[in-house]
Design a protein around this ligand. Structure first.
Ligand code: SF4
Length: 393
């Protein structure tokens, strides 16, 4: 009991100091810590550890490089509201170099980058936004007279952690899609070693914040999958938790933009939704603090698979997705057939009876239904084990 009181008092003190330092209300600060803890899938109580780390740990210096991209990743971060970016810059991380946001320009900007690298040697976090062109010795992207390749190698040499933010830095993204005239490549390809990737076009700001705060709280980056994506955010298919999943399971699809199915919020699979083959948490956390359903599928547009190499910017937008989970998992309640279909079975049976083949027809129907039920159960069991495998990827 004494220990619990101690933790409670520590938490109360921590909150008070954080309140003063960040100049935000206790409620907002707790909401921020809880949001990050939930995003990372941490157990109850982790928000206290996060709060303590934010309040006491030295703000990590962040050097943020821009290469072949649209700046949408930064725009995405600007939409984080709990707290706002200005709070993040000033109080949670120390954004020492960011070409889009910094006031300095030219030689002053270059000096700021070098100063930050020297002052925080071995401790700063390097964030790279955009693909890196390799063709013709990398001449297609230069900053301050240096190629992107040279810059990124120089900055990565003494970084404590390297993060590729957005699909372009993670796996080439839009600039690398055919014909790729500049040889746009991912950060990992350029450095020749794995890095943490936060793909998305744009990536969700909370996935980035959670990754940095995990580093701050636990002194290490979160566990990642084989593509370098933090597992807390990219271990499940979008399709698994999509708000339109019930329509998919019931076979209700929008067939054209603006048709009655589309207007009624039916599943977008047949319009080319890539949710069934795309790993990300868009369907669970949404985007930009603008309320529920604030993500492409929620707004009526099929998922384009932007977090998935070989899907986003590679497959045509309207190409139907490769199905990984064909049927709902066994633990889902069954969705009853629509009444019209049952009625057609009844009519068929009645007609068969009228034709004098009631007994034979009923027997055949029973056999067929039994077989189709067995086949369905077998498929569902197969999908259940497949889904388990997918979850372990
Ligand atoms: Fe949602 Fe797309 Fe899956 Fe349909 S196919 S349930 S819209 S993720």
């Amino acid at each position: 009991m004494g220990d619990l009181n101690e933790i409670f008092d520590l938490g109360r003190e921590t909150l008070h100091r954080a309140e003063q330092r960040l100049d935000i209300s206790r409620r907002d600060f707790l909401q921020f810590c809880s949001t990050l803890a939930v995003t990372m899938g941490l157990p109850s109580g982790a928000e206290a550890a996060i709060a303590k780390a934010i309040e006491t740990a030295q703000r990590p210096s962040v050097i943020w490089l821009h290469f072949q991209e649209c700046t949408g990743c930064t725009e995405s971060l600007l939409r984080a509201e709990h707290p706002t970016l200005e709070k993040l810059i000033l109080d949670v991380i120390s954004l020492d170099y960011h070409e889009t946001l910094m006031a300095a320009a030219g030689h002053q900007a270059e000096a700021a980058r070098k100063d930050a690298m020297a002052a925080h040697k071995g401790k700063y976090v390097l964030v790279v936004e955009g693909a890196i062109p390799l063709k013709d010795n990398g001449i297609y992207c230069k900053v301050g007279g240096h190629t992107a390749v040279d810059l990124v190698k120089e900055c990565a040499a003494d970084a404590a952690a390297v993060i590729a933010i957005g699909s372009c830095a993670s796996w080439g993204g839009m600039p690398s899609s055919g014909p790729n005239p500049t040889g746009a490549s991912s950060l990992a390809e350029v450095l020749g070693k794995p890095v943490v990737t936060i793909p998305g076009c744009p990536p969700n700001p909370y996935n980035f914040l959670a990754t940095v705060v995990h580093f701050l709280t636990f002194g290490k980056l979160p566990e990642v999958d084989k593509l370098g994506r933090p597992k807390f955010a990219y271990s499940r298919l979008i399709h698994e938790h999509c708000e339109r999943r019930a329509h998919f399971d019931a076979g209700r699809f929008a067939m054209q933009f603006g048709d009655s199915g589309h207007r009624q919020g039916y599943c977008l699979y047949k319009l080319g939704c890539k949710g069934p083959e795309t790993y990300a948490n868009c369907s669970t956390i949404g985007f930009g603090d603008a309320g529920e359903n604030n993500w492409p599928v929620g707004c009526g547009h099929p998922c384009i698979g932007c977090t998935e190499k070989g899907v986003g910017f590679t497959k045509p937008i309207h190409q139907v997705a490769r199905m990984i989970n064909v049927a709902p998992p066994l633990q889902y309640p069954r969705i009853v057939e629509e009444q019209g279909k049952g009625a057609s079975f009844a009519s068929a049976a009645a007609l068969a009876a009228l034709a004098g083949a009631a007994a034979g027809g009923a027997a055949m129907l029973t056999v067929n239904l039994g077989l189709s039920h067995q086949a369905e159960e077998a498929q569902r069991a197969k999908n259940g084990s497949k889904q388990k495998d997918d979850a372990e990827v």
